[in-house]
Design a protein around this ligand. Structure first.
Ligand code: ZN
Length: 122
């Protein structure tokens, strides 16, 4: 769950944030416009500009794919219940989109899909 003090166009960005349910404080708030990008949405914890911090983190992830993978694995292991609930919720929220992706994949991989169906029914 993402807590916002005020709504903002920035809140429509895919934030990639997760909050811990025990924290009952807003994660983001409106603040001074950023000197770099002009955005006003900021993290409460460190007052960093949200779009700039997300861009910086995305850059770090692309430069350190192995470290990122290790971090993801560590998080998933330590937060198994959260991760399963997140996946379940994603499938509920993205049912139509997921069905479309499956249809497209089946169209592009007919032979695989045929083998998959055949092996699945056995
Ligand atoms: Zn910024």
């Amino acid at each position: 769950m993402l807590w916002l003090v005020e709504s903002s166009p920035c809140s429509e960005i895919t934030l990639g944030l997760r909050s811990i349910s025990s924290i009952k404080m807003p994660l983001l708030k409106q603040g001074k416009p950023c000197g770099k990008c002009g955005g006003t949405l900021r993290y409460v914890s460190d007052r960093c500009c949200v779009p700039c911090k997300l861009a910086k983190r995305a850059k770090w992830r692309s430069e350190n794919p192995d470290l990122q993978r290790a971090q993801n694995k560590k998080f998933a292991t330590e937060n198994r219940e959260y991760k399963l609930a997140y996946i379940r919720q994603w499938h509920v929220d993205n049912y139509e989109h997921n069905q479309q992706l499956c249809r497209e994949w089946r169209e592009a991989n007919r032979e695989h899909a045929r083998l998959y169906d055949r092996n699945r029914t056995r």
